[in-house]
Structures are given as C-alpha cells and as structure tokens.
Design a binder for this molecule. Sequence first.
Ligand code: XMP
Ligand code: MG
Length: 189
Amino acid sequence: MGAVDDKDLGADLASVLITQEELQAKIRELAAEIDADYAGRDLLLVGVLKGAVMVMADLARALHSPVSMDWMAVSSYGSGTRSSGVVRILKDLDTDITGRHVLIVEDIIDSGLTLSWLVSNLASRNPASLEICALLRKPEAAQAEIDVRYVGFDIPNEFVVGYGLDYAEKYRNLPFVGTLAPHVYGGQA
Ligand code: XMP
Ligand code: MG
C-alpha cells in the first residue's frame, strides 16, 4: 500500500486494485491491437470526459498510428455512485464523424447505460465504423447488449477510483485504480 500512502489517501482507499505498472502494460497491449486492427485507416478516438482523460492520453501516446482525438462529455451520474439512467450531452464532438472510423474510449462500463446511449447517438451520425475501448468493465455490463471490442480489465462490482475515475470529483489523479473504503461513500457501490 506504499503508493496509497504516497498521496495521503490511506484512510479513504480500501485497496489498490490495479497498479500503475499493470495499467501501463495493459494500455500497451490494447494499443498494439488497435494499431494492427486499424492499420492504414484514419482513426478518430472519442474520449468520454472526464473519466477517460487518463486512458485516452496514455493510449493515444502508446499508439504508433497517427490518430485524431475528440471529446464528448455526457452525464449519467451525479456526485453519488449510482447510474441515473438519464444521459445528457454536456459537450458534443467538434468533429463531423460521418464516414470516419470512430473508437470510443471509456474509463469504465458499469450498467452499460451510458455507452449504449452513446453508441446509438454516434451511430446515427453514420460513421464508417464505430467500436468501443473500455479500460474497466464491471460484471453487470455482461447483461448489457453492448459489443465492447477492447476491454482492459474485468473488475469486481466495487466502486473504484483513480486513473481518471472519481468519487465526487476527487481521486482522478491517482496513477492507479483503487477501491474506495465504504465509509467514504456510505457503503453502496
Ligand atoms: P454505466 O452504469 O452507465 O456507468 O455503465 C458508466 C459511467 O458511470 C461511472 N462509473 C463509475 N465511476 N467509479 C467511478 O469513478 C466506479 O466504480 C464507476 N462505475 C461507474 C463512470 O463515469 C462511467 O463512465
Ligand atoms: Mg465515464
């Protein structure tokens, strides 16, 4: 738990789930797959703010192919830990994705509600192709009818923070993924 103590968060975090080294190794693996799959094609990475900032930045730099990057901000969560099921666009893409090869880059799929909404929204803009890369996937996502082409880690059904993921806007800057101690969020993952 040395890394936890480094940021003085020992009391808030229950454990380190995925270390910085494991994250970086997985990002390199995903990047190699994406490089191979999109060879010779013009790829647009669409990052979902704010959680995907870290994975997007590291993934984009691990890719050998030149890519474009754009961002969307949607909201399906308040400051709590439960999906409301209601998705709002807070910031739309700057790019017209018609005819483009689009890869959505997400931090985490939980119920899959956010992503399935995003997929149908982006699909209606007629991209040449549309795929998803999610760093983390929780068990419930298996029930969602969503085809995620690239998945980093399947994780247990616990509330996780770090590497872009927040609880009430905190912990995003942790370089690892940790589980939050139940006393911090009231025990409801
Ligand atoms: P759904 O349920 O729609 O949720 O797939 C996806 C979005 O919910 C947030 N989310 C989390 N954020 N720790 C977080 O910091 C978590 O354990 C967690 N689970 C879901 C996240 O914003 C994701 O895009
Ligand atoms: Mg997110």
